[in-house]
Design a protein around this ligand. Structure first.
Ligand SMILES: Cc1cc2nc3c(=O)[nH]c(=O)nc-3n(C[C@H](O)[C@H](O)[C@H](O)COP(=O)(O)OP(=O)(O)OC[C@H]3O[C@@H](n4cnc5c(N)ncnc54)[C@H](O)[C@@H]3O)c2cc1C
Length: 406
């Protein structure tokens, strides 16, 4: 389809969960006459993070109270679960246990429970006996664990598919095969292979390419993407390891990764992962796919700087995660939460995603919260990492209420 109307009131770049929920919120807030257009570079919706994640509706226990993540995550999980139920989309209300895998992770339990209280998340400390009743296969290095009953799993692909069809019936124009190529800022016009389109307000939701799009507007200069790949293995049903809930390690809160955990998908299959191993390109899902040598050089440069400076415990992270490319070391990480697991219980699977993780080059640190940069007629959403899927509906409301005028 060619671009027919050449002026969008709201032009959204990127048709992932963030772009789609913002389109929905704009329709609600600005009414039926607003011309809302979504540009998606792929031939289908949900080809990147939004169609490649664990589908866990996070409770909001991890995030410091003053963070944007804390503001939108818990409410987001409740809203997404209700939205799915209203549409008969699958929801698994599993609940989650968080276990320390090393003795020194023990004190994090109280810190996390404190955050849970501040963020209004129902969570409690359980002892070894309660843990073995709830989740007999799980292991805690200290005996104690955290139980979060509200955590659920949804089917992200089903959510995206349903959302797209609802938005289309609301007269929102979702154009596929329509990458943002460049912008003429003076005339507020974007070019795509399907033609040019003007905008009154542009919202950049380009995920793994959000920094590149922002840079074309002179925004977000100090941020650059550092892609981290999330690989999963499937738990062999014949392993004899029965998993009742979601099992997560108590994470290293300095970095925005949660550690190797179990994820049960809505069809009942159990996966272990995702890793956070460096990827060699923004869309380097397999082998050398998506590798562009100039970009890989830039990624290697930034990884080396992070390694040398060792902020946020980066050396340990690089060492632990780098090894997880190898099945044996991945299995070792998974044994931290599931001691009976053997490497032979892990089956290869094609589940893989890449996090749109931003590095703040001015501080030399991985960004941990969501980031929003406002230009004159543009808003850029950077670092829409986990839990952006969980948080999507209230995040979209927050963004439209606070950043988008006229
Ligand atoms: C392995 C993994 C597991 C995760 N697990 C969870 C979880 O359990 N729970 C949770 O809440 N979150 C999870 N997340 C995070 C979550 O998936 C993302 O935060 C969320 O999907 C981000 O949505 P998005 O719309 O910003 O990005 P995307 O889904 O990547 O969408 C961005 C879109 O922009 C398009 N685009 C890019 N450049 C252009 C351009 N130039 N022109 C036009 N279009 C463009 C892309 O093709 C893409 O479709 C996980 C992420 C990963 C990688």
């Amino acid at each position: 389809m060619k671009i027919d109307k050449n002026l969008a009131d709201y032009l959204i770049v990127g048709g992932g969960i963030v772009g789609l929920t913002i389109a929905r919120q704009l329709r609600i807030s600005k009414g039926k006459n607003a011309n809302i257009v979504v540009l998606e570079k792929e031939s289908a919706i949900g080809m990147h993070s939004s169609g490649r994640n664990s589908g866990v509706m996070h409770s909001g226990i991890y995030y410091p109270a003053q963070s944007l993540k804390a503001k939108v995550c818990g409410a987001g999980a409740r809203e997404m679960v209700a939205w799915c139920k209203e549409r008969d989309l699958p929801v698994l209300p599993l609940g989650k246990v968080l276990v320390p895998v090393r003795e020194e992770d023990g004190p994090q339990i109280d810190l996390l429970l404190n955050r849970a209280q501040q963020n209004g998340v129902e969570a409690s400390k359980i002892d070894a006996k309660q843990l073995s009743e709830l989740e007999p296969e799980a292991r805690s290095a200290t005996g104690e664990a955290i139980w979060v009953p509200s955590t659920s799993v949804i089917d992200p692909k089903a959510v995206i598919k349903t959302l797209v069809s609802e938005l289309e019936s609301e007269n929102i124009n979702i154009l596929t095969d329509a990458p943002f190529l460049s912008v003429d800022r003076e005339n507020q016009e974007v070019s795509t292979p399907k033609g040019s389109i003007g905008y009154r307000h542009l919202i950049n939701c380009a995920g793994l390419h959000a920094d590149t799009v922002a840079h074309a507007f002179g925004a977000g200069r100090q941020y650059t993407l550092l892609p981290f790949k999330g690989l999963y293995w499937k738990l062999d049903e014949k392993s004899g390891i029965g998993i009742r809930h979601l099992i997560y390690p108590v994470p290293d809160l300095r970095v925005p990764f949660l550690g190797v955990h179990t994820t049960t998908s809505t069809d009942g299959a159990v996966y272990l992962g995702p890793t956070a191993v460096p990827a060699w390109g923004r869309e380097n899902y397999r082998g050398l796919d998506g590798v562009q040598f100039r970009e890989t050089g830039k990624i290697l440069y930034h990884l080396s700087c992070q390694y040398i400076e060792n902020k946020q415990g980066f050396r340990l992270l690089a060492y632990q995660e780098g090894r997880r490319y190898c099945k044996r070391w991945f299995a070792e990480a998974a044994q931290g939460i599931l001691p009976r697991l053997k490497a032979r219980h892990l089956l290869p699977c094609d589940k893989v995603g890449i996090r749109a993780q931003m590095l703040d080059t001015s501080k030399g640190e991985l960004v941990t919260d969501f980031l929003i940069e406002r230009g004159e007629q543009e808003t850029h959403i950077l670092n829409a990492i986990s839990p952006a899927f969980t948080s999507a509906f209230p995040f979209a409301r927050y963004l439209v209420d606070n950043y988008i005028n006229g």
